[in-house]
Design a protein around this ligand. Sequence first.
Ligand code: HEM
Length: 125
Amino acid sequence: VLPEQLDEQMIHDVVHGFYDEIRKDALLGPVFNSAIARHDWPQHLTKMCDFWSSLMLRSGRYDGRPLPPHLALPGLGEQHFRQWLGLFRATVQKLCPPEIAALFMERALRIAHSFRLALAYNRGE
Ligand code: HEM
């Protein structure tokens, strides 16, 4: 059963809070800001709210394929994943009760791991 404080508002706050930090980050900011034009950010944030809402609340709002855009990012590596996960952890710890923060992290870690495997496979490692 889902904790009852976990709702669309909390997902919205996590997504917006996270990408505010991402865009200021010295390592990740340039990666995101060169892939996503300034005027496309609102659309990206809406998509990411849909993605997390589908994962966490089973809302079914996201039916995209998350992997391909990551395979297309040049030089995506371990340090990017570590930084991404560190910022995500800081965001959910700040904005959510501990059990909800743990649920977000569980999902994020699982997907990050599948992306790492797919990237390595794609590069023939
Ligand atoms: C999209 C970067 C990790 C989920 C994107 C985009 C960028 C990006 C630049 C936009 C691509 C585009 O529209 O051209 C990164 C970097 C990561 C990372 C640098 C860390 C190494 C993750 C993780 C998740 C995730 C761990 C999931 C928990 C998504 C999703 C999209 C996306 C769902 C939208 C895909 C779609 O267009 O449907 N990411 N990402 N990303 N990312 Fe990541």
